[in-house]
Ligand binder design. Structure first.
Ligand code: GDP
Ligand code: IMO
Ligand code: MG
Length: 419
């Protein structure tokens, strides 16, 4: 009864969408277990490009899709995605949203924007989709859940109670316009009507599928270093992104998960603020960004680019229990004569370490120790040349984890299966 987690091993945007789309071919169910429309997963099929934020990537293959209890759902984004997918000929009839998932309300979005503005130079660089404020209300037990959409009276009551406080914040703390109860309640009731057929007991649904011997993919949003507990706090997202949370996030036992595939780029990118030891300085920064098309799916922001960081990747292997890796975007490195790879950090006191620093000050001030690997300077259209293969094997040896597949282009079929 195989359940496989697909987890981002870096700071997000590793190409999870593409790998999920590929593996979904042999799967029955694809579930998101955390996060919300802060995610942006791009899937390229022939001339068609899909950018999905809220619905699992398996929808493109027509698989049963689940948005689990650990997720946050923006009904406007969800329904917008439903409309776009349906218009492009993809049915959403088999998409199911947990009633336990939390609803991102317009005040969450407004507060996210207000908080970032107030932080100024200290901002996190969030996607401004209301993720943090929604998870904060969930933890404070003030949240509105997807199942609350099923009862118009309860919904209106909850909105009224919440708004009495949220509007004070919006006006007095963030200096923006308050939200109007009638307009908001009406808008949400409209969304609720349309959401109704998608709401389900998704824990039961996934459990039944596993019992029937179906193959289930658990698709992570964001990445390991954005994990609320184990990431580069406070420059993280507000959910637990790591593989162990996949069980909680969909409502199954941890013993149902039998493999964890970590997705990593052949280099590193990061959107938003926060420390980034292997960030490239000089003209190669822009070069890498242009070669990799590194612009955010959700916000359009330019992603910061860096060389592959084996210290951080080793940490991701440990935290997630990664059983194999998918290495994406190796083709982007084809342009470089030499490829630096970070094998250790030098800490402020001169210590050299291969382990991710437990203290954030050490991480903030560490210097990457690089090895230079020869580039291949040929496109990867006909498999992997020796130097590219050597790069892959170097990573495998350093981390003691197999690389099962290598991405050589954005299109669906641009993958080399090594194992
Ligand atoms: P996700 O958030 O992890 O799903 O990743 P994104 O979709 O945000 O970002 C990955 C980007 O790289 C997308 O534009 C993909 O189309 C693209 N991509 C994925 N795999 C490859 C690959 O192997 N090579 C190249 N050149 N592009 C890729
Ligand atoms: P996918 O699923 C890359 C980053 C934001 C910011 C931090 C907090 O496409 O890999 P949030 O809006 O979550 O409160 O922002 O997390 N971030 C992502 N970066 N890919 C993502 O998702 C991200 N989702 C959030 O840029 O630094
Ligand atoms: Mg993305």
């Amino acid at each position: 009864m195989p359940a496989t987690v697909i987890v981002g091993a870096q700071w997000g945007d590793e190409g999870k969408g593409k790998i999920v789309d590929l593996l979904a071919l042999d799967c029955d169910l694809v579930c998101r277990y955390q996060g919300g429309p802060n995610a942006g997963h791009t899937i390229v099929v022939g001339d068609e490009t899909y950018k999905i934020r809220q619905i699992p990537s398996g929808v493109i293959r027509g698989k049963t899709c689940v948005i689990g209890a650990g997720c946050v759902v923006d009904p406007e984004v969800f329904l917008g995605e439903v409309d776009t997918l349906e218009a492009r000929g993809h049915s959403t009839a088999d998409v199911h949203v947990s009633g336990e998932a939390h609803v991102i309300m317009p005040w969450h979005v407004a507060i996210d924007q207000g908080m970032e503005r107030r932080l100024g130079k200290l901002q996190i660089g969030t996607t401004k989709r209301g993720i943090g404020p929604c998870y904060a209300d969930k933890a404070a037990r003030l949240g509105i859940r997807v199942q609350d959409l099923l009862d118009a009276k309860i919904l209106r009551q909850k909105i009224e109670v919440a708004l009495a406080e949220k509007n004070l914040w919006l006006e007095r703390i963030y200096g923006v316009e308050p939200l109007e109860l009638e307009e908001l309640a009406e808008r949400l009731e409209g969304y609720a009507q349309r959401m109704r057929p998608y709401i389900a007991d998704t824990s039961l649904l996934v459990d039944s599928a596993l019992r029937e011997g179906k193959a289930v993919l658990l698709e992570g949003g964001q990445g390991t270093l954005l994990d609320l507990d184990h990431g580069t706090y406070p420059f993280v997202t507000s959910s637990s992104t790591v593989a162990a949370n996949a069980a909680t996030g969909v409502g199954i036992g941890p013993n149902r998960i039998d493999s964890v595939i970590g997705v990593t780029k052949a280099y590193v990118t990061r959107v938003g603020e926060g420390p980034f030891p292997t960030e490239i300085e000089g003209p190669d920064q822009q070069r890498m960004c242009d070669l990799g098309g590194e612009f955010g799916t959700v916000t359009g922001r330019q992603r910061r680019c860096g060389w592959l960081d084996l210290v951080a990747l080793r940490y991701a292997v440990r935290l997630n229990g990664i059983t194999s890796l998918a290495l994406t975007k190796l083709d982007v490195l084809s342009d470089f004569a030499e490829v630096p790879i970070c094998v250790a950090y030098e800490l402020r006191d001169g210590t050299i370490t291969e382990d991710f620093p437990a203290h954030q000050s050490d991480f903030h001030h560490c210097r990457p120790v690089y090895e230079q690997l020869p580039g291949w300077e040929t496109p990867l259209t006909d498999g992997l040349p020796d130097a590219a293969r050597a790069y892959v094997e170097f990573i495998e040896r350093s981390l003691e984890v197999e690389i099962a597949m290598v991405g050589t282009g954005a299109e669906r079929e641009r993958v080399v299966a090594l194992r």
